[in-house]
Design a protein. Structure first.
Length: 305
């Protein structure tokens, strides 16, 4: 049985409270069915895992901490075309925030899309990545991507970079405090820390973000409150926050989630919805208004004080 209260993983002065229990069998069966990936080894002999919420930052995180995926797990996910998209909304936002002379560190270079594009644009950019296949591909392309942990990199690169960024990485991290501290250590005074994560206040909350929003894939559940509170825990000032508009490749996810959680439970409304074949009308409406609907992710730009 899990403890009701434990130490927060981000604010060392705060506690975190147990808010939910998840059956491991459901995760193992889900990953096998949806992705044909066997995740049993990551849970060892566990039958349950837990979600805690930090009292000060409102960050929710999974426990135990040693159930995150390894390089092999991500190599299996990499076989899906949608997993490492070469250029995404958060990449464009970050590029537009730069003036052209910054020395950049990208933590978690994954599919290499950002590091390759910025390299080709003439930026001095270094990537950190633990996925061995990505490291090999980066070497073949002449990109500076190191197979090195952030904490180790920070020891020999103190205040070296103008920008430190990560895209869809922080939600995979269990040692959040040391991870953010190492990012800040790599930054020059006045440098920018840029972080993009899934927004758990967006439509993804209707289905808890789906299976990939749980271990061994995701280990933290971030939202506006928890991201903004980062500035209070470290030497940072929040400069700007961006919300991703609903992307075309997430429209079906949005529609299906809306139907399953908001329409289907209302039996009378659902009968009318089906009888009048209103799904096509709903899809048309959503596509017309995509830019006004908060999508999957959010991005925050911080300044090192």
């Amino acid at each position: 049985m899990a403890e009701r209260v434990m130490d927060s993983i981000i604010d060392k002065k705060a506690k975190a409270t147990l808010i939910k229990t998840i059956k491991v069998d459901a995760l193992i069966n889900g990953y096998k069915k949806e992705f044909d990936i066997d995740v049993k080894k990551y849970f060892k002999t566990l039958t349950e895992i837990y979600i805690y919420e930090c009292e000060s930052t409102k960050l929710r995180f999974f426990y135990p901490f040693d159930i995150e995926g390894d390089s092999e797990f991500y190599e299996q996910l990499q076989k899906f075309d949608w997993y490492y998209m070469p250029w995404k909304w958060e990449h464009e936002i970050t590029k537009n925030a730069l003036i052209g002379k910054e020395k950049i560190l990208e933590v978690g270079s994954g599919g290499l899309g950002f590091v390759e594009k910025m390299h080709n644009l003439g930026y001095s950019i270094t990537g950190l990545e633990l996925n061995k296949s990505s490291i090999k591909e980066a070497k073949d392309k002449g990109l500076k991507v190191l197979e090195e942990s952030l904490e180790l990199h920070a020891e020999s690169n103190y205040q070296k970079y103008d920008v430190v960024c990560s895209f869809q990485v922080l939600e995979h991290v269990t040692q959040v405090n040391s991870f953010i501290r190492s990012k800040v250590d790599c930054l020059k005074s006045g440098g920018k820390l840029i972080v993009a994560v899934p927004n758990n206040d967006s439509f993804i909350k209707w289905t808890d973000g789906g299976l990939l929003n749980k271990p061994p894939h995701h280990m933290g559940l971030w939202n506006r409150k928890s991201l903004l509170k980062l500035a209070d825990c470290f030497d940072l000032k929040t400069e700007k926050i961006f919300y991703e508009p609903l992307q075309y490749y997430h429209v079906n996810w949005y529609i299906n989630s809306l139907i399953e959680t908001k329409i289907k439970p209302r039996k009378t409304i659902y009968k009318i919805f089906k009888k009048l074949k209103l799904k096509r009308l709903l899809v048309h409406y959503v596509r017309l208004n995509q830019k006004y609907i908060n999508g999957h992710s959010m991005l925050v730009v911080y300044k090192k004080i």
